[in-house]
Design a protein around this ligand. Structure first.
Ligand code: ACM
Ligand code: ZN
Length: 711
């Protein structure tokens, strides 16, 4: 006798939530004697499952009394599945391999979260139920930029695990860029052996991150094969990207002959040729490109190969007599047409190798591309609609919703040029309500999250914590949106996230982000709270030790407190009351031993509250002096040169001094990554001076950020 219980809240325990779930009477007891049965198509998944479940193991077609039975039923769509938990057996039936894999992921979410840590204690009772499920989109993607921040095989495998637990099935693998070449090309080994390492004595300059140290790595083709196989077991297809014809500075440093036919002005970059676009007119370039792409096509089983097409600096072509002559011969008026010509030639190479092209959205602007081209819309919603409205199969990933290198709130690390957003905004992404027409929606192949890695390389490239923090739980929201056209309300999703999925992610080992605690200050009382069951801590901004938050804090100085929360391996950002973030802009004059730049002179920096620029890089002994018109009393002054991710525009090393009387200077400490926080504790500050101790950065300028002064 089966009792059908169907209610939405019961479904909410699984991310992404299944299409239908009905409960029945009874339990299946998973114990060490449980066997696994799999048909031929699902056989690799029996081995996969055994890694996670300490049970008897793979028994081929043998049905024992207690078994997990996996099979393919071609009547179902490829990635659809049925999961049936009965007292004697669990049946996972998928339309294809991917369907069975998806069913396993749902089964994992019916188990205690320890399953992800491969530490499940048996026996475990699972309520009898039937789940029928299928994804909304066949393309559910996550992008990973291993060009800017080198991430080795174990790290990439870790991300494949994480995304596959969320039924994400495409890894867009960004392998080459201006700052690194990460894939062995056997016919041109120098591309990886030189281009995989930048900084130090490498011809590739460290635009981002580590400067003096030669830093990096690359994947051999054997390692790539291993990654492809690892991903395939997890129903993840790796789609490689060789970013062309722009973003090619690395290869251009190794093969400068690929560049356009003119001598660039390298004075601003101290002799460094920063050009990054392949010359379209140089015929020999196509032989090298064919060598590269042919190897890539042979290596990756994916039908699509991403060949870039974004942010090409076409002014390089316009300065090139050969490119201009080519445009004239072809009757072209717009360099975007030149890009189309280049892309068309790349596509011919792909076609010869049985592949289809994937491109960034700018690539469609020079004229029609083959209709089977897959277009990744990234610039904004309009660019995504432009691709869908022209009938291209489109991966929708506008930066303002899906670029997970963007910061998640105003005071957290990350970029902000596309938007500042957290998982809730990702979760809100609905093409229909964002203006896509029904015809445009038909051409959406799926969604993709992006992780560009300029920032982590400058901070802690050796640990994955930052990447985890930026990706999760935004990837969870992406997964739900890719899977379901009508997902549960955010509140319900958030209940599942906090009630179950945080524990799962902790067991997975993800250092995910918790929502910031809510902090308020009223009538002398500072209060903080969370809505996710996490433990709250606080500290004084001058003290690094956190204490458990026991309740409201009575204080006259709410601006001095910081709060954070923790749950499992999740951590919130540090947050304060609004008073904590308040800054002042007292009149200040900037002078320096380095001449001021003409574009961003020191004199105006104070007025326009933007950065100032010098006309040359710093050398040992160079200084910048900030003099206040009136002495400033404040608790904190933050001095920063450059941007964290751009080491060549900072004082790489140096120290700061403070004058409390307008005449004498006291040591205030060493600069770290070009910055320092000075705490005058209310003493009047007349001036601050920073002095460089680093050798020439090889760059054209130093950037001086406005002082951040907290009253
Ligand atoms: C991109 O973000 N340049 C595709
Ligand atoms: Zn050219």
């Amino acid at each position: 006798m089966t009792v059908i219980l169907f209610c939405r809240t019961a479904i909410a325990g699984i991310i992404p939530s299944p299409q239908s779930r009905t409960f029945c009477n009874g339990y299946f007891t998973l114990d060490p004697r449980t066997a696994i049965s799999a048909d031929t198509a699902s056989a690799p998944l029996a081995i996969y499952l055994q890694e996670y479940l300490p049970i008897m193991g793979f028994c081929g077609q043998l049905f024992t009394a207690q078994a997990i039975v996996m099979q393919v039923d071609p009547e179902l769509a490829e990635e659809a599945y049925r999961l049936s938990v009965q007292p004697e057996r669990i049946e996972i039936t998928g339309g294809g391999y991917g369907g069975v894999f998806n069913g396993i992921q749902t089964l994992f979410q019916l188990l205690p979260s320890d399953v992800y840590a491969k530490q499940l204690q048996l026996p475990v009772k699972i309520a009898c139920q039937k789940i029928e499920d299928a994804p909304r989109y066949s393309y559910r993607g996550q992008h990973l930029d291993v060009a800017r921040t080198w991430m080795d095989e174990s790290r990439v495998k870790r991300y494949i695990d994480f995304i596959s637990y969320h039924k994400i099935n495409k890894l867009h693998f960004h392998l080459t860029d201006d700052e690194g070449w990460r894939i062995e090309i056997r016919s041109h080994p120098e591309l990886a052996t030189i281009g995989g390492f930048r900084g130090g004595d490498s011809p590739i300059r460290a635009i981002y991150g580590k400067w003096d140290e030669k830093y990096g790595g690359y994947f051999t083709q054997d390692e790539i094969k291993e990654l492809i196989a690892y991903a395939a077991i997890r129903n993840v297809e790796i789609i490689p990207e060789i970013d062309l014809p722009g973003h090619s500075r690395t290869i251009a440093r190794i093969h400068p002959e690929i560049l356009c036919n003119y001598t660039p002005d390298t004075a601003p970059s101290n002799g460094y040729d920063e050009r990054s676009a392949w010359c379209v007119a140089r015929e020999e370039n196509y032989a090298l490109l064919e060598d590269i792409l042919t190897e890539v096509c042979e290596l990756f089983p994916s039908k699509y190969i991403h060949i870039g097409g974004d942010e090409v600096q076409m002014e390089q072509w316009m300065r090139c007599p050969d490119c201009r002559a080519l445009m004239q011969r072809e009757g072209m008026s717009d360099p975007a047409q030149l890009q189309r010509l280049f892309m068309t030639r790349m596509m011919a190479i792909l076609e010869k190798n049985g592949k289809y092209p994937a491109v960034w959205n700018e690539a469609i602007r020079g004229g029609q591309l083959p209709q089977q081209s897959r277009v990744h819309g990234w610039e904004n919603l309009k660019a995504c609609r432009e691709a869908t409205s022209q009938g291209y199969r489109t991966v929708v990933m506008p930066g303002e919703y899906f670029y997970f290198d963007m910061r998640q709130s105003a005071h957290e690390p990350g970029h902000n040029w596309a938007a500042i957003f957290d998982a809730r905004k990702v979760y809100s992404f609905d093409p229909a309500s964002l203006g896509f027409t029904a015809a445009e929606i038909k051409h959406i192949e799926g969604f993709e999250g992006a992780f560009w890695s300029e920032i982590p390389v400058s901070q802690h490239p050796e640990t994955p914590d930052y990447t985890d923090y930026m990706l999760f739980p935004r990837v969870c929201a992406l997964a739900e949106r890719c899977w379901n056209e009508n997902p549960p309300a955010w509140e319900e999703f958030y209940r599942t996230l906090t009630g179950s999925h945080y524990d799962r992610m902790s067991a997975m080992g993800i250092r995910f982000r918790l929502s910031p605690p809510a902090v308020s200050f009223r009538d002398g009382v500072l209060q903080a709270g969370t809505d996710d069951g996490s433990a709250l801590f606080y500290r004084l901004e001058t003290d690094s030790v956190w204490s458990p938050y026991q309740g409201p804090i009575r204080t006259d100085h709410p601006e001095r407190y910081l709060f954070e929360s923790r749950k499992g391996s999740g951590q919130s950002p540090e947050v304060g009351a609004p008073q904590f973030y308040r800054t002042i802009q007292p009149p200040v004059r900037i002078t320096s031993s380095m001449p001021a730049g003409s574009k961003s002179p020191f004199a105006r920096a104070e007025q326009y509250k933007a950065f100032a620029r010098t006309t040359r890089t710093c050398r040992p002994g160079d200084w910048v002096l900030f003099s206040f018109d009136n002495p400033v009393r404040c608790r904190e002054i933050f001095v920063q040169t450059g941007y964290l991710q751009l080491p060549r525009l900072i004082f790489n090393s140096g120290y700061a001094e403070v004058s409390y009387d307008g005449q004498n200077f006291e040591q205030a400490g060493a600069l770290e990554q070009g910055s320092i926080t000075i705490r005058p504790e209310g003493c009047p500050v007349y001036a601050i001076r920073i002095t460089a101790t680093c050798p020439d950065n090889g760059s054209s300028s130093v950037i001086i950020q406005p002082l951040r002064i907290k009253p």
